[in-house]
Design a protein around this ligand. Structure first.
Ligand SMILES: *[C@@H]1O[C@H](CO)[C@@H](O)[C@H](O)[C@H]1NC(C)=O
Length: 332
């Protein structure tokens, strides 16, 4: 048998990688049929897993109470699910201590659709993606990037951490679990390609993109330039209505100067009150709150209502929008 020399091996590997990256793959898809009343209702929360500390339990209690009133369909988590360094493995007790035993209300016993944040990548990222967690608590569903069809809206979850250059600078004060994500250039290009085709093919009346990192934020981290550069043009070109994220430990709403997109940060599930804000006088800033809380989304085919709540369940900010019928995509 002919034996390959090293150069041939490297060339074959390179060809294989390039071939694989041109094969169009699709984002995993999930269906969440809404119940009778033609209204979609869900919570968005981020940056939460701290064994109940830093008001995590208080926020969870109010989510339970208001979740009952709204009769929510599911919960979206914008990532940084477990602090400080994600999960150590599938059997890390933090999963039960920071999730199962915190969000105990009856109204929160719904599916949780979750992405990974940068802190989750500092631990065993594969553990959070593992079906083994669903056996411990079947509410849990965490994937890197995926599509959720909820009839009235389609939600597109994007794994944003691999886009952020800071996490790849060497030396780095943190270590990250990039298994399954490298080579990073091919991985991120694929995510964008798959997202773009899923958005293009979508006939949903509302298109919502969810990621951990903000595109626009006046909080501690500010805008994520890599996403402004690479992700935002795709959202603008495909009629995305809302972009939802965590990462900054605050609640905020910012408008887009070139499209109807609203940037909604819900990253206030536990530790907050950082106090270092950037550009609070931005013209497109509609709302900002530095403390703990969460966000609800209620939708019909023609209307959306976003509400932000604080740690006492008090309404901090409400925003509504209607779409004219002729703006709606035709139902095929
Ligand atoms: C918990 O929430 C209250 C009310 O907003 C706030 O005063 C307090 O500082 C919060 N605690 C922490 C640890 O952030």
């Amino acid at each position: 048998m002919a034996s390959f020399d090293n150069k041939t091996m490297v060339l074959c590997l390179w060809l294989a990688i390039n071939f694989l990256s041109t094969v169009s793959s699709e984002l995993p898809r999930f269906e969440h049929p809404i119940r009778g009343d033609q209204r979609l209702k869900f919570f968005v929360i981020g940056d939460w897993g701290r064994n109940g500390a830093f008001n995590q339990s208080e926020v969870a209690f109010q989510m339970g109470r208001i979740g009952e009133e709204l009769d929510i369909d599911f919960v979206v988590s914008t990532g940084d699910n477990f602090y400080d360094n994600g999960l150590k493995g599938e059997h890390d007790p933090a999963f039960i201590d920071s999730f199962t035993n915190i969000y105990t209300a009856k109204s929160l016993q719904k599916q949780w659709y979750t992405v990974l944040g940068n802190h989750d990548y500092r631990g065993d990222a594969l553990a959070q993606l593992s079906p083994a967690l669903r056996k411990i608590d079947n509410r849990w569903l965490c994937l890197r990037s995926f599509v959720l069809n909820a009839e009235i809206a389609e939600l597109f979850f994007v794994d944003t951490s691999p886009f952020v250059k800071d996490y790849f600078t060497i030396p780095n004060e943190h270590t990250y679990d990039w298994r399954g994500v490298t080579p990073i250039k091919i991985y991120t290009e694929n995510v964008l390609k798959e997202l773009e085709s899923a958005l293009r093919e979508s006939t949903a009346k509302w298109k919502i993109v969810v990621g951990h990192h903000a595109i626009r934020s006046v909080g501690h981290h500010g805008d994520t330039e890599e996403l402004v550069e690479r992700l935002l043009p795709i959202l603008r070109a495909n009629d995305v209505d809302l972009y939802m994220n965590g990462h900054d430990h605050c609640l905020e709403q910012i408008g887009d100067n070139q499209s109807p997109i609203q940037y909604l940060t819900s990253g206030a599930g536990s530790k907050a009150w950082r106090g270092d804000l950037k550009g609070l006088n931005r013209r497109d800033l509609k709302f900002f709150y530095d403390g703990q809380g969460f966000m609800s989304v209620q939708m019909t085919p023609s209307d959306v209502e976003i509400v932000f709540y604080d740690v006492f369940g008090k309404v901090l900010h409400k925003w509504t929008m209607s779409k004219q019928l002729h703006d709606l995509h035709p139902i095929m």
